[in-house]
Design a protein. Structure first.
Length: 176
């Protein structure tokens, strides 16, 4: 179980309904298709191809309710230089997306060439502060009565103390 997270929260935590509505308008009813795209298709494909829409075939007004749902077409924006490679990988993309969604949702892939923004690198987790920095920060914040505020300031202070120590050590090495 994850410990409770203090500090700033991602905007997506406050707006899941709005995000899902915007994605649903583009046919992307599954937000994880966008959020987990690199994990679904792999970094090498995700770097040059991104999902922009799921196009569903039109449904007849009087269709048999027992009839299977017709699969969609996944529309990808691809970098121009990668278009041919993406076309060769279409079957792999379809298989991985369907495996992620858990059913045969996508039948084929359509490509739209255009510029792509770079993938955001995953945020690296910060190393825990040293025990000395933690103790020094705890001592400095001991007069604060509010427990949550004291804990937050202790974490911040310990990281600041460690950062200052590293900078000081680097400056000393540089001066030697």
């Amino acid at each position: 179980m994850k410990p409770p997270r203090f500090g700033a929260k991602a905007l997506a935590e406050f707006m899941p309904e709005i995000i899902e509505e915007a994605l649903a308008a583009r046919g992307l009813s599954e937000a994880s298709l966008i959020a987990d795209w690199p994990a679904i298709v792999g970094e090498s494909i995700a770097r040059y191809a991104r999902p922009i829409q799921l196009q569903w075939p039109s449904r007849a007004t009087k269709r048999d309710p027992e009839a299977p749902i017709a699969p969609s077409t996944l529309v990808l924006r691809v970098d121009g230089a990668f278009a041919l490679e993406a076309q060769h990988n279409a079957a792999i993309i379809v298989a991985r997306v369907n495996a992620h969604l858990g059913w045969r949702c996508v039948e084929k892939v359509a490509f739209r060439q255009g510029p792509l923004p770079p993938l955001r690198p995953e945020r690296r987790s910060l190393a825990a502060p040293s025990a000395d920095a933690e103790a020094e920060a705890r001592e400095a914040s001991s007069a604060i009565e509010d427990e949550a505020l004291r804990a937050a300031l202790t974490r911040l202070g310990a990281r600041a103390i460690d950062h200052a120590s590293r900078q000081l050590a680097a400056a000393r090495r540089k001066g030697d």
